[in-house]
Design a protein. Structure first.
Length: 161
């Protein structure tokens, strides 16, 4: 009698083990892109008005970089440079803050200038995946000294490419 109980117990144990093996084998595992695939994310980033630029960039803008190269015309005076100067530099744009206090941060810099603007009214259209941020009378700061440079108004548009 005991040997028959042990046989049933062994059979049940094997069936349970088999269920675990099959479940694990068929479970969804994360899919990694092939190593030779293009994993960059390109998008069109456009500035109009006081900040002016139009460029397709890749992998913009996680907090730790990379910071893509960008060409921008600033329609306000910065340091010794007159209004309307065009600069080659680097761009960082991303959400700033959280919840209802969420704003947007724009940073642009090169060897001569470093500006930062925080604020804007964010319109993130999830259906079209187009982000529009409208800055109206926003304070532009020097990133290094935190000194105010100008009051600026501009529109930033991020469009998937």
């Amino acid at each position: 009698m005991k040997s028959q109980i042990y046989k049933w117990l062994a059979l049940v144990t094997m069936l349970v083990s088999l269920v675990f093996v099959v479940t694990n084998a068929t479970a969804k595992k994360p899919v990694k892109p092939p190593p030779d695939s293009d994993t960059t994310k390109a998008e069109l980033i456009v500035f109009t008005e006081d900040l002016n630029g139009w460029q397709i960039v890749e992998d913009c803008c996680p907090n730790a970089g990379p910071f893509p190269e960008y060409t921008m015309t600033l329609n306000f005076a910065v340091s010794d440079f007159p209004t309307g100067t065009t600069y080659d530099g680097y761009l960082f744009i991303n959400n700033y803050g959280a919840g209802r206090d969420r704003e947007y941060k724009v940073q642009f810099w090169n060897d001569d200038i470093a500006i930062e603007i925080i604020g804007g009214e964010i319109d993130n259209n999830k259906k079209t995946k187009i982000l529009t941020v409208t800055f109206t009378d926003a304070l532009c700061f020097d990133m290094d000294t935190k000194a105010p440079i100008a009051i600026v108004s501009f529109v930033l548009v991020r469009t998937p490419n």
